[in-house]
Design a protein around this ligand. Structure first.
Ligand code: SAH
Ligand code: SF4
Ligand code: F3S
Length: 442
C-alpha cells in the first residue's frame, strides 16, 4: 500500500509524523509524495489558530476530490484538529474514513486494515496520561536535524491556548530512551538534535529534570549541536542555564515566549510570570551566556488588551532586544477560557498592532545581526541558499542563518565564516580559510 502524509503545525507534529511514518514502514507501507498516487491519505493537523484549521479544511476538500475519482482511497485525519473536532469533522466531511487524536497513533495499522472492509467510520480521540511512544522509532527523511520528542502534553492552561485540550496532560519519556535515540541519531549521521516538548523544560521522569536530561544528551559522543523548544519562562531555572553555559554543544539560543508585556494581560493569560520577572530572566540569560540569542512569541489583541497594554509589549521588546519574534493576532479558540472573555479586540485593531510590532522587531533584529558583522562564527552548512546556487546557507549556534559562497565546503560541514553584512533576518559572509582546509573539518 502507498500512503501520502502531509503535516501542518509545530515541530511536535513533524516529530509525530515521523513516528507515524515509522509505524507504517514497519507494516510494509510505502510513502509517496503524490496524493494522486496513494491508496491512503493522511493529514496531520494543527488547531492553534483559525488559519491552521482553515488550511486543514481546504486540504481535506482537495483530498475529497481525489476520493471522488477513486472511492477506494482512505482518508485519515490526525493531530490537534482531529483531537479538537473529533466527530464533528465527520458531520461536515462524511468522506473522512478515520479521525485519530495524537495519543492514538499506535492503532493506525489496525484501523487501516479494519476500515478496508468495515463500513463504520472510526473516531478515536482518547487522550492518554502515559503514552510517550518511547519504544517507537521515528522514520526520518534525513537532513541536518533530528527531532526528538522528550515530553508530551501541557498542564499550563494559558487561557488563549487549545494545546492542553488537544495534547492532554504532561508526561515525559525516560532519560535512557532519549539518550539512546540521540545516540542513534548521531550514528545515522545527524550532527544536530532538537529536543521537543510543548513545555520542554517541565520535563520530569522519575528523579530526572530537564537540566539533567540536557547534561546527559550533551554527553552523547559525536553530537555537535543540541537545541530544544519550547521552554516556558516559568520553568527556566539557574541550573538549566548553567548546564547550557557549561556545554559547548548546547546551542546558545533560547526561545522564550513573552506573549504580552503588560502584567494585567499576562495575568489574564495565566502566564504565571510578571513583566519584571521576564525581563530579569532575559537579562540573566545574557549574563550567564553573553551573546545568547533569545527569540520569542507574541500575541496581539488578546481580549481586553488596551493600547496602553500593547505599548508595554513594545517596551519589553525594546528592553530585551529579541533576536527574532513570531507574532500572532489573537485567535479565539472555542473551549478555552479566553473565548469567554467579553472584551474581544476588533480585527482591524489587531492588524494595526501586529504591523507596529513587526516594524519594531525588524529594526531590533537587524541591529542584533549588524552587531555580529566583523566576527568570525562557526556555521553548520545546511542547504543551498534560496537566492543563489553558488551559495550555501547554514546556521550559527545562535540560530541565525548565514549565506556564503560555497567554496569547497559541503553540507554538514562545520566551517568558520567571517560575517560581512546582514540583509533582514539573515547574515552574509565569507569562508575564512582556504577551501581545501575544509576537507579535514567534515
Ligand atoms: N508551548 C509553547 C507554545 C506553543 S503554541 C509555549 O508555551 O511556548 C506557539 C505559539 O502560538 C504560542 O507561544 C502563542 O504565541 C501562539 N498562540 C497560541 N494560542 C494562540 C491563539 N489562540 N491565538 C494566537 N496565537 C496563539
Ligand atoms: Fe499553550 Fe501555554 Fe501550554 Fe504553551 S504553555 S502550549 S501557550 S497552554
Ligand atoms: Fe498546532 Fe498542536 Fe502543535 S495545535 S502548534 S500542532 S501542538
Amino acid at each position: 500500500m502507498r500512503y501520502f502524509l502531509e503535516t501542518y503545525g509545530c515541530q511536535m507534529n513533524v516529530a509525530d509524523s515521523e513516528l507515524v511514518a515509522g509505524l507504517l514502514a514497519g507494516c510494509g507501507y510505502q510513502r509517496t509524495s503524490d496524493p494522486l498516487n496513494a491508496q491512503l491519505i493522511l493529514l496531520n493537523t494543527c488547531a492553534i489558530r483559525d488559519k491552521a484549521e482553515a488550511t486543514a479544511q481546504s486540504r481535506l476538500g482537495r483530498f475529497a476530490q481525489i476520493k471522488r475519482k477513486d472511492p477506494a482511497v482512505l482518508i485519515g485525519v490526525l493531530g490537534c484538529m482531529a483531537q479538537n473536532l473529533g466527530d464533528h469533522l465527520l458531520e461536515s466531511k462524511p468522506y473522512i474514513d478515520f479521525v485519530l487524536g495524537p495519543d492514538r497513533y499506535r492503532r493506525l495499522p489496525e484501523i487501516i486494515a479494519r476500515r478496508q472492509h468495515d463500513p463504520q467510520h472510526i473516531v478515536d480521540t482518547r487522550l492518554s496520561r502515559f503514552e510517550v511512544y518511547d519504544d517507537l522509532f521515528p522514520s526520518r527523511a534525513g537532513g541536518i536535524n533530528a527531532w526528538i520528542s522528550i515530553m508530551r502534553g501541557c498542564d499550563k492552561f494559558c487561557t488563549f491556548c487549545i494545546v492542553p485540550f488537544t495534547r492532554g496532560r504532561e508526561r515525559s519519556r525516560s532519560l535512557d530512551g532519549i539518550v539512546a535515540e540521540a545516540t542513534e541519531a548521531v550514528r545515522q549521521g545527524f550532527p544536530e538534535v532538537t529536543l521537543l516538548g510543548q513545555n520542554v523544560n517541565s520535563y520530569r521522569h522519575e528523579e530526572h529534570r530537564f537540566p539533567e536530561l540536557l547534561q546527559a544528551v550533551a554527553a552523547v559522543p559525536g553530537l555537535r549541536r543540541i537545541r530544544f523548544t519550547s521552554p516556558h519562562p516559568s520553568d527556566v531555572d539557574e541550573r538549566m542555564l548553567q548546564v547550557m553555559a557549561g556545554h559547548q554543544n548546547i546551542c546558545k539560543s533560547i526561545h522564550l515566549p513573552l506573549q504580552a508585556g503588560a502584567d494585567r494581560v499576562l495575568r489574564r493569560m495565566n502566564r504565571t510570570y510578571t513583566r519584571d520577572q521576564f525581563v530579569a530572566l532575559a537579562q540573566r540569560i545574557r549574563e550567564v551566556m553573553p551573546g545568547c540569542s533569545i527569540s520569542t512569541d507574541i500575541i496581539v489583541g488578546f481580549p481586553g488588551e488596551t493600547p496602553e497594554d500593547f505599548e508595554k509589549t513594545l517596551e519589553v521588546m525594546r528592553v530585551v532586544q529579541f533576536d527574532s519574534a513570531f507574532t500572532f493576532k489573537y485567535s479565539l479558540r472555542t473551549g478555552t477560557k479566553a473565548a469567554e472573555y467579553e472584551d474581544q479586540v476588533p480585527e482591524t485593531e489587531k492588524q494595526t498592532r501586529l504591523e507596529e510590532l513587526l516594524v519594531l522587531q525588524k529594526s531590533i533584529g537587524l541591529a542584533r545581526n549588524l552587531a555580529l558583522v566583523g566576527r568570525v562564527v562557526e556555521v553548520l552548512v545546511e542547504k543551498q541558499s534560496k537566492k543563489s546556487a553558488a551559495q550555501w546557507a547554514g546556521r550559527t549556534d545562535g540560530n541565525k542563518w548565514v549565506v556564503f559562497d560555497k567554496g569547497s565546503a559541503r553540507i554538514k560541514d562545520f566551517i568558520q565564516v567571517h560575517l560581512d553584512g546582514s540583509f533582514g533576518v539573515a547574515l552574509k559572509g565569507q569562508l575564512v580559510n582556504t577551501p581545501e582546509d575544509y576537507h579535514a573539518v567534515a
